[in-house]
Design a protein around this ligand. Structure first.
Ligand code: MSP
Length: 538
């Protein structure tokens, strides 16, 4: 990261700004859940975090959707935005900014940025001819289209022929600088497979792209030429910048960029990689601004192995999923089951099985029965020892001592599935350990100190697990912590954002002598498949 006036204690990240042509789908929910997990993890480490999400509201697609509903575009956008906000709330997303491209101040930012690029001599008027996919809001090359000029992403839509005068951005001028950027900062585009995609795209030679549209009202006019409207992507990418303004700040680039720029991480899906990894850095280079830290392009979600879509009638409604199973369950499945960066599948049978196995059985039952044993076998209902008194050869202590570092490394590198695997290796070892040590026999043999040692090590393992899983399942983690006698609420940003807390709680051995353990209560009830569910295990 060589573009850095970045302060290491600050971390700004973004989700894409979602189109408001429809209510949010599971793809938008997925990126936002991941972003929230990263933000929570960074806060846990004591970083000051800014999580930006929001909506992309201009352009032909939105204008047409509103028209079809007989609404003026702003009213339509307001309605859809409300459903995004509601879903984020349901999913327990703690975003710091919700950036709307129709928000006050955004136009001023777009115009100032446009002017900078103009002053660089990077904008010119020319003729644009080509096939335009309104759903992608993008001109397509002929070879990218299917028969009948249908878009390969929106297969039920035909691209439209356009022949018009547009303003163009001189992307070609930045070919060398972009190549140097990818070379010098291999982490700029991740994962590597996406980086390679971009490298080969850029190698074929960059062409200038049009940044204005005619015959479109829903958007900002080009400064000095009201016949043209600024291209929705040019406007939308700058939504990341507008989001950085404090609510009452005057909307200038200087203000927006003063605190949180450059953004550390843009999370996006693979279909919008070019915009973020090629167009966006070129626009910033032209405006003379530092570049973001990283663009991470994740994969696509499928359902029961098939591409999701309205035409197939197999979309997955995120509202319905959370209502039925709860936010922690939904978050856990997508974060743990999908290797971030690759495509991933949702299958309801698998969903139920994974959650029952991991959260209800392995973790939930373990806590429940261990607390029950403390009550039964330890007179004072408390344990009288500390982690230091557990011998170094204890198998759980051995794993526990290294776990915090291993899991941090996994979170840092966005390997969330691996973080979960690491954490659950301790839980599985704990289940094995308690069965093999059989505290019920030790109790009969009056080996009280051994009973305490076993119960301590297991409860401490559950504790560290809850702590390290808290970015993913904050409600469950808070509940476990409560039962273990701590008053930390992982949904409280102010409490969580303390580095000392992390350095202590991410280490094995935090349970104290006389820790005020509470009565066991099940933390996660077993899930049942709805009776009509016909999806088979994939
Ligand atoms: N408005 C633009 C982004 C502008 S960012 C300045 C946009 N919006 S979108 O709503 O169409 O897409 C938002 C995100 O959803 C994209 O990252 C896209 O990859 C993602 N997904 C759409 N369908 C998806 C799946 N089936 N699975 C996972 N993510 C998917 O593009």
């Amino acid at each position: 990261m060589n573009d850095s006036n970045r302060n290491t204690n600050k971390f700004a990240l973004t989700t894409p700004l979602y189109y408001v042509n429809d209510v949010p789908h599971i793809g938008s929910a997925y990126t936002t859940m991941v972003a929230d997990v990263i933000a929570r993890f960074k806060r846990l480490q004591g970083d000051s975090v800014l999580l930006i999400t929001g909506t992309d509201e201009h352009g032909q697609k939105i204008q047409r959707t509103a028209e079809a509903k007989g609404l003026d575009p702003q009213t339509h956008c307001d309605q859809i935005v409300a459903s995004f906000e509601a879903l984020w709330h349901k999913l327990n997303i703690q975003s710091d900014r919700f950036s709307r491209t129709t928000a006050k101040g955004h136009e001023a930012i777009v115009q100032e940025f446009f002017q900078r690029v103009w002053d660089r001599g990077d904008i010119y008027l020319d003729r644009q001819q080509g096939w335009y996919c309104v759903a992608c809001e993008e001109f397509k090359e002929k070879r990218e289209l299917l028969d009948g000029h249908r878009c390969a992403i929106h297969t039920n839509q035909e691209a439209e022929w356009r022949d018009e005068e547009n303003y163009f951005f001189r992307l070609s001028k930045y070919q060398k600088q972009l190549e140097a950027l990818y070379q010098e900062r291999p982490e700029f585009i991740q994962p590597d497979s996406r980086r390679n995609e971009v490298l080969s795209f850029v190698k074929r030679g960059l062409q200038d792209f049009s940044i204005s549209r005619v015959n479109l009202d829903w958007g900002f006019p080009i400064p000095g030429d009201r016949h043209h409207t600024i291209y929705v992507w040019f406007d939308a990418l700058l939504g990341y910048v507008t989001a950085l303004l404090e609510p009452e700040q005057e909307p200038t680039l200087e203000n927006a960029l003063s605190q949180w720029w450059p953004i550390n991480l843009h999370l996006i899906g693979k279909d919008i990689l070019r915009f973020h990894a090629v167009y966006w850095p070129a626009m910033l280079l032209s405006a003379g601004l530092p570049l973001p830290g990283q663009v991470f392009g994740h994969g696509f979600l499928t359902k029961d192995g098939q591409k999701m879509g309205k035409s197939l009638g197999n979309t997955l409604d995120p509202f319905d999923l959370v209502s039925r199973y709860g936010s922690d369950a939904v978050r856990y499945y997508f974060i743990k089951e999908i290797e971030f960066g690759r495509d991933g599948d949702f299958n309801e049978t698998r969903f139920v099985n994974v959650l029952n196995a991991d959260l209800a059985n392995d973790l939930g039952n373990l806590l429940n029965r261990t607390l029950g044993m403390v009550k039964k076998y330890c007179k004072g209902k408390v344990l009288q020892l500390t982690g230091d008194e557990i011998t170094a050869d204890n198998p759980l202590k051995t794993i526990g001592l290294e776990l915090g570092d291993r899991v941090s490394t996994a979170y840092e590198s966005l390997h969330f599935d691996r973080a979960c695997e690491e954490i659950f290796s301790l839980i599985r070892a704990s289940n094995k350990f308690i069965d093999e040590s059989a505290p019920w026999n030790l109790f009969k043999q009056e080996k009280h100190s051994e009973v305490e040692q076993v119960l301590y090590t297991v409860l401490e393992s559950v504790r560290i697990t809850a702590y390290l899983l808290s970015p993913i399942i904050p409600n469950l983690s808070s509940d476990i912590y409560k039962q273990l006698g701590f008053s930390i609420d992982f949904n409280n940003k102010n409490v969580v954002n303390q580095a000392e807390l992390f350095s202590q709680h991410a280490k094995w051995g935090m349970l104290r002598v006389n820790q005020n353990l509470s009565k066991p209560r099940p933390i996660f009830s077993r899930l049942e498949l709805p009776p009509d569910n016909s999806s088979s295990q994939s």
